[in-house]
Design a protein around this ligand. Sequence first.
Ligand code: GLU
Length: 334
Amino acid sequence: MKKVITSLSSALLIFVASLSFTGVAKSAEFFTIGTGGPTGVYFQTGNAICKMLHKSAIAKEHGRKKGIDKAYRCTAPSTGGSNYNIGQIAAGEFQFGVAQSDWQYHAVNGSSKWEGKQYSDLRAVFSVHNEPFQIWARKKAKVKDFAGLEGKVVNIGNAGSGQRGTMEVLMDAKGVNNSFFKSTTELTSSEQVKALCDGKIDAFGYSVGFPNGAMENAASCGAKALPINLTGPEVQGLIDGAAYYAKAVIPKGTYTGQKKDVTTFGVKATVVTSADVSDELVYLVVKAVMENFDDFKKQHPAFSSLKKEDMIADGLSAPLHPGAIKYYKEAGLM
Ligand code: GLU
């Protein structure tokens, strides 16, 4: 019995010692950033933000000047994508999320998929990389453009993903519905490349930053990203009417075998939160990213050309969160 008590108390001692070493027990507050599929860029974005924040927290613990004052700890799990993340923020389950600029706009304005479900407490934090909307087709499907998808097996993406929503917007603009295809699948972004390379689907639509490892895998099995015709009235109409879409190009040579620029339309990846999240937390998240900016940009090649000035302006339709504004003013960015 004595032995049991001794080992229990030494275990407790080790536990207490490890808590005071990390400082987590005293004051840590945990929060969640919703991302996307594990092979996408959102997953890297959420985790890069957490890494910068933890780095700041550690800097503080080591007495450096730039660090944050309180221990916040975040996780950035993989999720279903943009609309799922916004829904989870609205439900109070996530405190932040990554979302396409089009879905940020529609959620805060109650339009498109968010009609009747307007979420006016959605708040913008900053935007990140560009996400060209890409239609990838396997070689044997012999598809050259959107029209060529007629009668093919096409992955339109999982419900809740931004890719699914934007694919449906494009289909609407082109005047087609699911019956235009032979059949449709609802695979997630992390399932679609293998399905394409295995010939289970002929094509998929995906809005994602580049360069991207999963798309390189698709290119390596002979698949190509198709240009989406911007001169046609339909897609041009999409872009003209909306601040959240812009022309986009995936430059030639981005992927194996890509001999030409791929022209399409695209969105911005944005980080969003809720008006209910404290000014302090949003301020600290923004500060952690902005004050470790060179390191942040190294976390994914899609971040390499980010500029702070663009990040606080482009693709943001929801009001900026006051905690973010506080940092931007303090840093002279606003
Ligand atoms: N844009 C995609 C979506 O909202 C996610 C892309 C990514 O995971 O990088 O579903």
